[in-house]
Design a protein around this ligand. Structure first.
Ligand code: FAD
Length: 584
């Protein structure tokens, strides 16, 4: 986005939201993405809120120093900025518990070096040394350093590393009050230092080194890194000055972004879409500091997101990009072991994730990544792209609010993972794909969940604002929070602690089943859709039954054989349970 009204990431044509227009740089319309979101959001909620694997995360939240500047005064002391980490080992879900890793018995295998890991199939880095039924991708600990195919500085997953376990449902992304020079400095650094911004004419000598199409891409990386270090002093001074004098930094919307090629546009759109989603969450779960009540703040949403069509466009763009990534790993998810010490939980998690990915896959073409990095400068450009994205993930350690840092790091990791899947994975030949870390998979699904929530919140705010502008007595800008509840569309629930604790029937519900304003046609469509999904589910279950029964027989036979020959029988890898409505 730029001050002269140019639209981020879109050429001149498509920015404003038009339901039937195609989201630029993707290959799907806004309305199709809305329909996909309507079909998918409950499945996503089931995965991200109701499975231990996806509702928890492990990251180094407190022990990484901001590599670019020091700004202790920018630390947020509000209670809403705090994160509840899980301190007791027994509170950590089985699938994430370090002690479970320590329980591993039986045959031992050498930890393969990085080179061997790369040469071997990601699912079989140990090549069966621990036995055929061991999910090796869960046992091997990947190193906390960048594989050159990573777009993000990875979180260290090792049980021995300094990491914190957090429940994502206990720490929902919402308003924290973190603002001022510190947060602006972080956003500024993200846009200014890492995006492909055009140098201001009088700043040519201090802007990013030209790094497109370099002879050696690693030289370009090194140059960028060095440049960041060189800039460190001035950035640090920038924060100090800003804190001392109020804000004197160049506003972000006065930067001109280089939108010439699709890759640079995509980069900017990812960042801006992520920013828009964060803004949406904080406006949707906003603290009214006068009444002390939490609730949506349409004024906040209007000024930060709705009045900037390009930000909405970038939000949809990110949704398309993340969907494509989840669809692309459809096959790998079917082979993935979710590392659960509880096999029935493992089976349920897999079933929910695969069903979600199947729905994405069946939605048709959404995003075509093959058009990117095709030019003669492709290698250099791709390396530069990666390096800049890694810088963004490093900048997240400079965020002065713990909760913002948690979600900022998770979402950067989610987008980094999506980019890695898009540009480094071969759908047809998955053997050579880089490994997907557990934290990456969790980050990817939760980031998709966040954008999905943002799109649902957008619908809510849009109808709120339309409604208030058509009501003469209400202010013409945004509706007040206490406007008549009766005529309002139902407020979609985003992820909150109470949602996670809800009874089955109160599962987070983005559809409008209880909306009194629904027309007969809409009610009919809603009900018909439900009946159709139930029908499909039952037929699908019948068709899948013979194969499932065969797997169960095989599984039980192996268990029986193990105990017969005196080995440990192993856990049961299947379970029978009543499906929940959100699985439809
Ligand atoms: C990583 C991170 C995570 C955060 N998480 C939270 C959180 O969970 N809860 C919370 O309450 N606060 C959070 N914050 C703070 C929040 O994002 C804002 O910085 C803060 O509310 C102050 O807002 P602002 O009005 O100054 O504008 P900011 O949102 O700080 O934006 C700064 C400038 O960026 C430009 N801009 C804004 N949005 C976009 C966009 N989508 N695309 C392009 N340009 C844009 C505008 O020019 C704007 O003036 C987070 C900050 C960061 C850096």
């Amino acid at each position: 986005e730029s001050s002269n009204g140019k639209q981020a990431g879109t050429g001149s044509d498509v920015c404003a939201y038009e339901p039937n227009s195609i989201v630029s740089d993707a290959c799907v319309s806004y309305s199709s993405l809305d329909s996909i979101n309507a079909a998918l959001s409950q499945q996503l909620q089931a995965v991200t809120l109701h499975t231990d694997f996806f509702s928890h995360y492990r990251l180094n939240l407190y022990n990484k120093k901001c590599p670019f500047w020091t700004d202790e005064s920018g630390t947020c002391g509000n209670i809403a900025c705090a994160v509840n980490t899980i301190e007791n080992e027994e509170d950590i879900p089985l699938s994430w518990r370090a002690e479970e890793l320590g329980k591993l018995q039986g045959p031992k295998a050498e930890h393969p070096g990085k080179k061997l890991q790369k040469e071997r199939a990601p699912q079989k880095p140990l090549q069966g040394q621990l036995g055929e039924d061991v999910g090796e991708s869960c046992v091997v600990e990947y190193d906390d350093e960048c594989d050159e195919r990573d777009y993000c500085v990875p979180e260290d997953e090792r049980a021995t590393s300094k990491g914190d376990y957090v429940s994502l449902t206990d720490n929902p992304e919402r308003f924290t009050g973190y603002s001022g020079p510190s947060s602006q400095q972080v956003w500024g650094a993200i846009y200014r230092e890492n995006c492909f911004s055009k140098p201001a004419k009088n700043q040519e000598s201090t802007s990013m080194p030209p790094s497109f199409g370099p002879k050696n891409p690693f030289q370009a990386q090194a140059a960028n890194d060095l440049f960041s270090v060189m800039k460190e002093g001035s950035m640090q001074q920038g924060v100090k000055d800003a804190i001392a004098n109020g804000l004197s930094m160049q506003p972000i919307d006065q930067l001109e972004f280089d939108q010439e090629c699709v890759e640079k546009r995509v980069f900017h759109r990812v960042v801006s879409g992520m920013h828009a989603s964060i803004s949406t969450h904080l406006c949707y779960d906003f603290l009214n500091q006068t009444t002390g009540e939490w609730g949506p703040n349409a004024e906040c949403f209007k000024s930060r997101v709705l009045d900037h069509p390009e930000r909405i466009s970038n939000l949809y763009f990110n949704y398309a990009l993340l969907l494509r990534a989840v669809g692309k790993i459809n096959k790998s998810l079917k082979d993935y072991t979710f590392c659960s010490a509880d096999p029935s939980q493992n089976a349920r998690t897999k079933m929910l994730v695969v069903a979600l990915s199947d729905t994405v896959k069946s939605s048709g073409e959404i995003f075509d990544e093959s058009i990117m990095f095709q030019s003669p400068d492709a290698i250099g450009l791709k390396e530069d792209f990666k390096q800049r994205f890694r810088n963004i993930s490093r900048v997240m350690d400079c965020v002065g609010c713990d909760k913002c840092r948690l979600w900022g790091k998770l979402q950067t990791n989610g987008y980094g993972t999506a980019l890695k899947i898009l540009f480094e994975f071969d759908e047809k030949n998955p053997r050579n794909n880089p490994p997907l870390r557990r934290t990456e998979l969790v980050a990817l699904m939760n980031t998709l969940g966040k954008v999905s929530n943002s799109l649902s919140a957008l619908q809510y705010f849009r109808s709120q604002i339309e409604e208030s502008s058509s009501t003469p007595n209400v202010t013409n800008s945004a509706p007040k929070q206490n406007a008549s509840e009766k005529s309002r569309p139902e407020r979609p629930k985003l992820q909150t602690v109470s949602d996670a604790e809800d009874e089955a029937d109160d599962y987070p519900n983005f559809n409008r089943r209880n909306d009194p304003d629904m027309s007969i046609m809409e009610i009919f469509r809603e009900e018909f859709g439900l009946v159709y999904r139930v029908f499909r589910y039952i037929i699908g279950s019948w068709l899948a039954f013979p194969q499932k029964a065969w797997h169960i027989v095989k599984w039980e036979f192996v268990r029986f054989w193990h105990s017969f020959v005196g080995l440990q029988a192993g856990e049961r890898g299947w379970s029978i349970y009543i499906p929940h409505r959100d699985e439809l």
